[in-house]
Design a binder for this molecule. Structure first.
Ligand code: GLC
Length: 423
């Protein structure tokens, strides 16, 4: 993985996308790994098909929610680890009776979002997938006997057939998100040889030359971006010299990806926005997940957060889209994150904790021409000529610019100051 390629420019300007985990696991509603966690036999799990009746499926509503929240692309699970296919594949009967995936693609594309497909390398249903450490049958007493007829190579071919369909039949696909590899010394994991990753990757690049590919095929150096999940890398993802690499953090509102009715660790809208800012301030994208339920509806808890993201983004998108990390020589002020738009030469201060009176910007003397709040474009007075209080001077370095902040924070989730850099 190097710097983002020409074909990835749209992606690094987008900064914000929607992840959608939607599949039959929404019927169980106890985590998308329910089949593995509860060691449910594939035949028994398959019975959920009968009860997967998405009568409230309105992909245009999903797309509108994403678009209004300022998301520029989306990635949806075509197949998750349970192996159930969300499109009308020729290569399996274990699939939906209606091409939900096609309808979602069309709805999002019509709304102007770029299209990403998630395809699980893992498959707990396919009869050729060799039972391993994550498989629901991992504790079966006759595991060798069960594995004897399984031919991983046939499964690898099946994946290529399916990926061929996905990348061949739905027009332009912008991202393919393979998930995931877990090679192990004891042979009970899986990696590039099991997936025949090189062939899969070559196929993807042949069918969709512009496509961006994630980093979970176990092929070091081949990915377009890396994909840390469920944490925000404090300093971004960097190479050995400390240079930022393209990365996309994927995150959930609660503790699961698929619909999980009783999981209660939901983040607040403020936490979600802070997460978005933290990603962008370190040159990353945020892929924020929703897990629609078995009726095809988005959980009201997710909708409500997204509406608040929408409200914030309406006024603050200039500090997200097209932005990345600030130049190294501009250290962030206390309790703040910077994002920076290199084209417009504007620097944004995202204030995560409201300061009392003064906001000191180290090393900024001579660099700024104007400061204003982003939400209403109202001026913020700058003092360049040293600290406003004599007894503060010991604390502020001589090259500091001080912003004179109002006593009361503006009524927005994360206040942002827009700084115009002198050219
Ligand atoms: C993990 C999980 C999976 C989820 C994915 C998203 O690898 O296995 O359930 O889809 O991460 O990043």
């Amino acid at each position: 993985m190097n710097q983002i390629s020409e074909r990835g420019l749209w992606w690094s300007e987008a900064r914000f996308g929607m992840f959608i985990h939607w599949g039959m696991y929404a019927v169980a509603a106890r985590h998308e790994w329910v089949q593995s966690r509860e060691e449910i036999h594939p035949e028994k799990y398959a019975r959920y098909q009968e009860y997967f009746t998405p009568d409230q499926f309105e992909p245009r509503e999903w797309a509108s929610l994403a678009k209004k929240a300022g998301m520029k692309y989306f990635v949806i699970t075509a197949k998750h680890h349970d192996g159930y296919c969300m499109w009308d594949t020729k290569f399996s009967d274990y699939k939906v009776k209606r091409d939900y995936l096609g309808e979602v693609i069309e709805a999002f594309r019509d709304a102007g979002l770029k299209v990403g497909l998630y395809y699980s390398l893992i498959d707990w249903h396919h009869p050729d997938f060799v039972i391993d450490v994550n498989h629901p049958l991992r504790n079966a007493p006759n595991i060798d006997e069960l594995n004897a007829p399984r031919k991983q190579k046939r499964y690898a071919k099946y994946m290529r057939d399916q990926v061929g369909e996905l990348l061949g039949n739905y027009g332009k696909i912008d991202i393919i998100w393979f998930d995931f590899s877990y090679p192990r010394e004891d042979g009970r994991g899986k990696g590039r040889e099991d997936w025949e990753s090189e062939k899969l990757l070559a196929l993807a690049r042949k069918l969709q030359p512009e496509i961006l590919v994630d980093d979970r095929l176990d092929l070091p150096g081949s990915a377009d971006f890396s994909s840390p999940e469920q944490y925000v890398p404090e300093y971004g993802i960097r190479d050995e010299e400390g240079k930022l690499l393209p990365w996309e953090g994927c995150q959930t509102f609660s503790g699961a990806w698929g619909y999980f009715r009783d999981e209660l660790t939901w983040k607040t809208p403020g936490q979600v926005l802070a997460m978005l800012v933290k990603h962008v301030s370190r040159g990353g994208n945020l892929l924020m997940n929703i897990g629609p339920n078995a009726r095809g509806s988005i959980d009201p808890r997710a909708t409500s957060i997204l509406r608040q993201v929408e409200a914030w983004m309406r006024d603050h998108q200039a500090a997200i889209h097209g932005c990345g990390a600030a130049p190294e020589e501009m250290p962030e002020p206390e309790n703040c994150r910077y994002t920076y738009n290199a084209k417009t030469k504007r620097l944004y201060i995202h204030i995560l904790s409201w300061p009392q009176k003064f906001l000191h910007l180290p090393k900024m003397q001579g660099k700024l021409s104007f400061a204003r709040f982003l939400h209403d474009h109202s001026e913020i007075i700058m003092r360049e000529e040293g600290a406003p209080h004599s007894n503060m001077s010991a604390k502020t370095s001589p090259d500091t610019v001080t912003l004179l902040m109002p006593a009361i924070a503006p009524d927005v989730e994360i206040p942002v100051v827009e700084l115009f850099l002198r050219s």
